[in-house]
Design a protein around this ligand. Structure first.
Ligand code: CMP
Length: 138
């Protein structure tokens, strides 16, 4: 039981073959996988997913990057999933991320930061629905 969060293992992490190591780290940290798939977003889909950042200066770079190659999206379950997962992944900027966090280990910069985690329960709900149909969600 517990609540849910949505993660994306971003392009580069998938291409650099860090996917297995990242998924193992997530499981070791107490999260259960409810759903998982690898797919590629087109630019329009990336813009829709990150719509809340539409006015930010990094929106174009972010959505270009997120549509540049395969990603792996997953729904994770744990008590306090959203906050605990954000702690596990670390700061958005990997140069500020603490030792042992996924971004410290696998990210290169703020755009190429290896992994996404929902920032609230409401975002998690929207993001899970974005990637997974009712049938795919446990
Ligand atoms: P993510 O958790 O996927 O959610 C929004 C993304 O925007 C974030 O990860 C970063 O990759 C990106 N981002 C946030 N702030 C900046 C910034 N100042 N410059 C570039 N990218 C950013």
């Amino acid at each position: 039981a517990g609540n849910k969060t949505l993660t994306i293992i971003k392009p580069f992490a998938v291409q650099k073959r860090n996917l297995g190591a990242i998924l193992a780290k997530i499981e070791e940290s107490g999260f259960r996988f409810c759903a998982i798939k690898t797919l590629k977003l087109d630019k329009h889909e990336a813009e829709e997913f990150y719509i809340e950042h539409k006015e930010k200066p990094f929106y174009n770079e972010l959505t270009d990057f997120m549509s540049s190659g395969p990603i792996t999206a997953a729904i994770l379950e744990k008590e306090n999933a959203v906050a605990d997962f954000r702690f596990l992944i670390g700061a958005t900027d990997p140069s500020e991320a603490k030792d042992g966090t996924i971004r410290k280990m696998f990210a290169t910069d703020k755009t190429h930061n290896a992994i996404h985690g929902s920032d609230s329960d409401a975002s998690a709900e929207r993001e899970c629905d974005f990637f997974f149909s009712k049938r795919e969600r446990l």
